[in-house]
Design a protein around this ligand. Structure first.
Ligand SMILES: Nc1nc2c(ncn2[C@@H]2O[C@H](COP(=O)(O)OP(=O)(O)O)[C@@H](O)[C@H]2O)c(=O)[nH]1
Ligand SMILES: [Mg+2]
Length: 634
């Protein structure tokens, strides 16, 4: 199936300059559909119409309000457009929202467009020439500098065929959008259709959506199924990037969704309240923008209050550029590369805009952050992916999380990572988890450093507990930690014995004095047999102050000369074996015994008898039957 081309044209221009009338004259559709719009004769919200051209080209038109109070709605509509149609009434000429809308289109990096001088029936030809001069001045240095200027009258129909021809030519030259990126539909309208339920519309900014897809309303986290899709009034199986799309969502209340939300595939996009990007202040902005100023941040179809935090310096002057961070007062769903527009809090005027570079900035010092942002701005896709993996440090980054913060889509991101892995710059901890080579090196250093330090502080300990070591190594992800430990084990630098990790070179060595003390402690336990002393007592008698945590005591435990039977009750290993033999012999004779029998057998108190029986239960020598024990497996 060949899908025809779709190009979205957005109107722009001052109120009452004839935008809506022109769209109606071109398409036959009256886009002022709200009762209030009809009553007041002005456009308040976005309107939609389309033109079908030969060769499968569909020109979709978004008609925006011109009134300064509704620039917010204009911004929601103009975000996804390919071609700007700046409309100027011949009788009034260039007016404030003519300038503001042109500035907004420039800030959003709309690449192409035309200027329409309408209401030509109201003026004389010489006047029209003056208006043309004004327009030439207006568009100088903007993306419309070389754009056609088309005179029309919506009233008489004069110039309409030429306008349609000009639109067709521009539309045909718009490059098709890639469908590789994550699907994103910034919602500009929500309504219900009887019998169908909730429908949302928007310009599909990237990717593709298909009927039956499992989608999510971001940032709300509501998941729904695509029951139906329409593009310009016709049901389709699949909608592609660049198309005006209506999505019928199954299992979602109308009230749960709003303009500004974004539809994407479930689990793919992320919401953020902190973004870094470039910021350009318009040359005619009324004053400099200072760090901590409160602004209105517009991206996609959303408007969010935000504080500007300039990354370098404290102020941007009109006409200047800077790197800026925005602390948003509500979550934004966006990707790097998205353009945004900034309007001042009061008076509400457009003052600038820019490009998002990082939608999930991590903690970094200013100098490093600037370098990082420069890479994101100017680097190759491979550089960008590497920068994010590097920034993730020893924690590494999951593929899905990375895809949600780079503008490349899943397939290309995977390919870029594979290239980085082949080049030895990135390590794949597994198929979905990536760590920068420098972080792996750092982790190796952290692990061996922590072990060296541990051995120096505790020369008598056989090794460090694995979890403690992982904590000392920056709390690295378990899989990555295991990966690095295995690599260190392979070249013999580190050895792991059960839960204990040590350097390959480490050995526990007691000096003569320590050895003598350890022997004395061991003797205390061997001699006491079935009624052992507490660790502190045994140590004290051997002339050492301390308890079971004392390293000499630990050496005996690690060497398995002593065995822990319960909390702080320890037996000599030989004594324990002898006791076990006696218990087993008694059980062979009596078949079952109680705690009293073992007390008598060994001449010990309950204090030792009960823990011993429980210990033999856990050793699976005995089994418990009520209050009594039998031989297991007998
Ligand atoms: N004479 C004349 N009036 C027009 C023309 N186009 C629009 N108008 C009138 O100008 C007014 C504003 O038009 P509208 O399309 O609502 O302007 P918008 O606010 O830019 O959408 C309406 O009264 C229209 O009838 C035109 O080509 N010639
Ligand atoms: Mg209008």
């Amino acid at each position: 199936m060949t899908t025809g081309r779709h190009v979205v044209v957005g109107t722009a221009g001052h109120i009452d300059h004839g935008k809506t009338s022109l769209v109606k004259a071109l398409t036959g559709t009256d886009t002022d559909r709200l009762p209030e719009e009809k009553a007041r004769g002005i456009t308040i919200d976005l309107g939609f119409a389309f033109l079908e051209e030969p060769g499968g080209l569909t020109i979709e038109i978004v008609d925006v309000p011109g009134h300064e109070r509704f620039v917010k709605n204009m911004l929601a509509g103009v975000g996804g457009i390919d071609v700007a149609m700046l409309i100027i009434a011949a009788d009034e000429g260039v007016m404030p929202q003519t300038r503001e809308h042109l500035a907004i289109c420039s800030l959003l990096h709309i690449r192409t467009g035309l200027v329409v001088v309408t209401k030509t029936d109201t003026v004389e030809p010489d006047w029209l020439e003056l208006v043309r001069d004004d327009i030439a001045t207006l568009v100088r240095g903007t993306f419309l500098a070389d754009a056609p200027i088309v005179p029309v009258s919506a009233k008489t129909g004069d110039g309409l065929p030429a306008l349609r021809e000009a639109l067709r030519t521009l539309a045909a030259a718009v490059p098709p959008r890639s469908t590789e990126q994550l699907a994103r539909l910034p919602i500009d309208r929500v309504f219900t259709i009887k019998g169908f339920g909730t429908v949302v519309t928007g310009t599909l900014a990237a990717g593709a959506l298909a009927v039956d897809d499992r989608v999510e309303v971001f940032p709300r986290g509501l998941v729904a199924k695509v029951r139906g899709l329409q593009t310009h009034g016709r049901p389709v199986e699949r909608a592609l990037a660049g198309q005006r799309t209506a999505v019928n969502l199954q299992g979602l209340e109308r009230a749960a969704v709003e303009r500004g939300d974004v539809i994407g595939h479930a689990g793919t996009l992320v919401a953020t309240t902190l973004v870094d990007g470039t910021l350009e202040l318009l040359a005619d902005a009324p004053r400099p923008l200072k760090t901590r100023d409160r602004v209105r941040f517009h991206a996609g179809t959303s408007e969010i209050m935000a504080r500007v935090l300039l990354i370098e310096g404290h102020e941007v002057t009109p006409g200047a550029r800077a790197l800026a961070r925005f602390r948003l007062e509500a979550p934004l769903v966006a990707l790097p590369g998205d353009r945004f527009v900034v309007r001042s809090y009061s008076p509400i005027v457009t003052i600038g805009g820019g490009t998002l570079l990082d939608v999930d900035p991590g903690r970094m010092r200013v100098r490093a952050r600037i370098a990082h942002l420069r890479t994101l701005e100017q680097g190759s896709p491979e550089d960008v992916v590497e920068a994010h993996v590097r920034e993730a440090g020893v924690a590494g980054v999951r593929l899905a999380a990375l895809v949600a913060r780079v503008p490349f889509g899943a397939r290309q991101t995977r390919a870029l990572l594979d290239a980085l892995v082949s080049a030895g710059r990135v390590v794949a901890a597994d198929r979905e988890w990536f760590v920068h080579g420098e972080a792996v090196e750092r982790l190796r250093g952290l692990i061996t450093g922590a072990l060296e330090q541990f051995h120096r502080a505790h020369p008598l300990r056989p090794g460090m507990s694995r979890e403690e070591l992982r904590g000392r190594a920056g709390g690295a992800d378990e899989r990555l930690f295991a990966h690095v430990l295995t690599a260190l084990g392979a070249d013999g630098r580190v050895r792991a014995d059960r839960d204990k990790v040590r350097l390959g070179t480490h050995e526990v060595r007691l000096d003569a004095e320590q050895q003598a003390a350890a022997d004395r402690v061991e003797r205390e336990f061997r001699d006491a047999a079935a009624a052992p002393p507490s660790p502190a007592e045994a140590l004290a008698r051997a002339g050492v102050r301390g308890d079971e945590e004392h390293e000499l005591f630990q050496v005996l435990l690690d060497a398995r000369r002593l065995v822990r039977v319960k909390e702080s009750l320890f037996f000599h290993t030989e004594a324990l074996d002898a006791i076990q033999d006696k218990v087993v012999a008694l059980l062979r004779e009596r078949k079952e015994i109680g705690p009293g029998d073992i007390k008598d057998l060994l001449g010990i108190s309950r204090k030792y008898a009960i823990p011993l029986l429980e210990f033999f239960d856990t050793r699976r020598v005995t089994a418990r039957v009520g209050e009594r024990r039998v031989l297991r497996g007998a």
